[in-house]
Unconditional design. Structure first.
Lengths: 341, 324
């Protein structure tokens, strides 16, 4: 393990950015989201949760798929995919890193999503251990250890130093590139932080919820009367889905350009009225049905298709950001998954 | 607020019990102190009924759907919410005869995101003591002035008068912050065009097109929004480029201009804390200056400054000057 003085972090970012495009949490107009590093970036590695998760790095909110150039009767199909060049995503928390696993099982199975695959293979991920969990956090419910995330490199911010451990060959290579800024360490400070954080994790108010209540009786859950009450204040906005690191639904749209058509995909939200609308109409005409779909997908359908893996990682963004405070914790508790009761 | 909550609970139980109303729309307590959701209560089920400093959500818009369902509804409205209610009445969106309005005391609402911005994280509970808040957190107790934790929309509270009510529950004098209402707009007006462009560019670049601002807005009651309508030609689920989010917010603000009561819900719900209310507040300030003071929702009226005119009206371009 090596460590780098916090005062040298700007040099570290510059060093990485010399070779790779670097994406990390940056503050713009008071909010922290992942952004591409440049020398003016206000980097905020200290912020626990970016508003949006880092899933944009592999699955951007909107992404061009193909262009059609139209010239009279002639239509030319233009592949807009570029050869992937390696890039670095830094500051990824354990929950968000686990979310990549959830996305992989959707995009990297047959039919393979080459747009996602190209980026996923080119991406080098530097994770960041959590030093100060928030009351909205509940990643431990899903077996995630926020004090020691994986990734190509793991980092810890402790007492004025960024501790750095390479986990993979890609990570080793990156470590070589930044070694001039680093010094060797025994990592004892990291162990101490881990112990302290683990004490806090036990005190988290949502640490004991039991998503397993969704493991049985799919139809009973589906027809449960509680959904009506749980969803009644839902505005039908897309906040929960767009801040969620595991939501993966998208729509394919087109717009007309001067000389053709640009086909792109963009995140969709099951909360929206026109979600999965077809010529036959909207399969879920009420907000209750749409609300139910989101949680049934995360806690029932996805796990059934993926060996029991829930498609929630407990990042707690929806807990903090839902305008009317409806969220997955409330849903799990309402169905009896509250150990404190 | 505890006393107010008790009185509200009492009235809600009485009215449900006597059959004067069939349903009550109020706020329901959730898992954490700031976790409060709008909810419908019925006879025998007032569990979780709450009214505290976190009840910022404006309940007026829920009446659009609820008042159509039949039966009589009791709704609790804070002073600012009553303006939205009136505006919805003006637009024939709420069936007035189905709603009983109780205006309730409000001393400003607080926002958990604001606490976090002030460095208070790991929030477990919040206790009000006079004008101070004691916040219990995972990292020890913290103290902060109530004023410091005020929700953005309450920082510039425009009025503590009820624009409409069938009865009120008010025990203490309510204070507003109306003298501060246009301060932020004035700051923007004083900027150079380049500075102002940079300000909005940075703010709107954060937009994730979640539509929370639109869906919560009491002035946005179209059953099929142009942005959701493939046939409109401007439907958009995502910002295809950095210009699109501006287009969305500007079109939306124009559509609600003259009808926006400045309730501030758009900024309260924005996950990226974009000060969206300032766009319409600028229009309100301009309307006040050019055509005389006007407050949407102050009265039930068919006319608003955008759809009404007199021969004496100024041409806006001659006042502010067109771009040469």
């Amino acid at each position: 393990m090596i460590k780098i003085k916090v005062s040298l972090l700007d040099d570290l970012y510059k060093k990485i950015a010399e070779t790779y495009p670097l994406y990390l949490p940056v503050e713009v107009a008071g909010e922290v989201n992942y952004g591409k590093y440049n020398s003016d970036s206000k980097v905020r590695l200290d912020v626990l949760k970016t508003v949006k998760s880092p899933k944009d790095a592999f699955f951007p909110q909107s992404e061009n798929l193909v262009k059609f150039k139209v010239d009279g009767q002639k239509i030319e199909v233009i592949d807009v995919r570029e050869e992937a060049k390696p890039f670095v995503v830094m500051g990824v928390r354990a929950c968000d890193y686990k979310a990549f696993d959830v996305l992989d099982r959707v995009f990297l199975v047959d039919p393979l999503d080459t747009y996602y695959q190209t980026k996923r293979e080119a991406g080098i991920v530097i994770t960041a251990a959590c030093g100060r969990p928030d009351e909205t956090c509940f990643c431990t419910v899903f077996g995630i250890d926020p004090t020691d995330p994986k990734g190509d490199v793991t980092t810890w911010l402790v007492d004025g130093y960024l501790y750095w451990r390479a986990n993979t060959a890609k990570g080793e290579e990156l470590t070589k590139a930044v070694s001039s800024l680093a010094e060797e360490t025994d990592g004892k400070a990291v162990d101490k932080q881990k112990e302290e954080v683990k004490k806090i994790l036990k005190k988290l108010p949502n640490a004991d919820i039991k998503p397993e209540v969704f493991d049985e009786n799919m139809l009973d859950l589906f027809h449960d009367k509680k959904w009506q009450k749980l969803s009644e204040a839902c505005l039908g906005c897309g906040t929960c889905t767009f801040v969620c690191p595991t939501c993966q639904c998208f729509d394919i749209k087109e717009f007309i350009t001067n000389d053709g058509v640009n086909r792109f995909r963009c995140w969709d939200s099951c909360m929206y009225k026109d979600f999965t609308k077809t010529a036959g109409g909207q399969p879920r005409p009420t907000q209750m049905q749409r609300f139910r779909q989101r949680f049934m997908h995360k806690l029932v359908y996805y796990p059934k298709n993926n060996g029991g893996l829930y498609s929630c990682v407990g990042c707690g963004r929806c807990v903090k950001k839902c305008p009317q405070h409806l969220n997955i914790v409330k849903v799990i508790k309402a169905f009896g998954g509250d150990d404190n009761e | 607020m505890q006393k107010i909550e008790e009185l509200m609970y009492k009235r809600a139980s009485e009215m449900l019990e006597s059959g004067e109303v069939d349903r009550v729309i109020a706020w329901k307590k959730g898992e954490t102190c700031y976790d409060v959701s709008p909810a419908t209560f019925t006879k025998d089920n007032l569990e979780g009924f709450v009214y505290d400093a976190f009840c910022g959500a404006n309940l007026s818009k829920y009446l659009v759907e609820e008042s159509k369902k039949g039966g009589k509804i009791l709704v609790f409205l804070k002073p600012c919410d009553t303006y939205s209610f009136n505006q919805l009445l003006s637009e024939h969106r709420i069936k007035r005869e189905n709603v009983y309005v109780i205006g309730i005391e409000c001393q400003g609402k607080i926002d958990a995101n604001k606490l976090q911005k002030k460095g208070i994280d790991g929030i477990l509970s919040v206790e009000e003591k006079g004008d101070k808040l004691t916040v219990k957190t995972l990292y020890g107790d913290k103290e902060i002035a109530f004023e410091e934790a005020l929700s953005v929309k309450c920082e510039t509270c425009k009025s503590k008068e009820f624009a409409v009510s069938d009865e009120t529950i008010v025990l203490n004098e309510m204070r507003d912050n109306r003298e501060k209402r246009f301060e932020a707009v004035e700051r923007l007006e004083k900027m150079t065009e380049e500075e102002r462009y940079a300000f909005w560019q940075a703010e709107l670049s954060k937009c994730i097109r979640c539509n929370a601002c639109r869906n919560v807005c009491p002035a946005c009651t179209c059953t099929h929004c142009v942005f959701d309508n493939d046939k409109s030609g401007i439907a958009g689920k995502a910002n295809a480029d950095s210009f699109e989010e501006k287009l969305f917010h500007i079109i939306r603000s124009y559509h609600v201009a003259g009808r926006c009561t400045d309730c501030g819900e758009c900024s309260r719900v924005c996950p990226q804390n974009i000060p969206l209310h300032l766009i319409n507040r600028k229009y309100i300030k301009d309307m006040n200056e050019f055509y005389g003071e006007y407050q949407a929702g102050a009265a039930v009226t068919a006319l608003n400054p955008i759809v009404d005119f007199t021969k004496e009206d100024v041409e806006a371009a001659t006042v502010v000057g067109g771009k040469k």
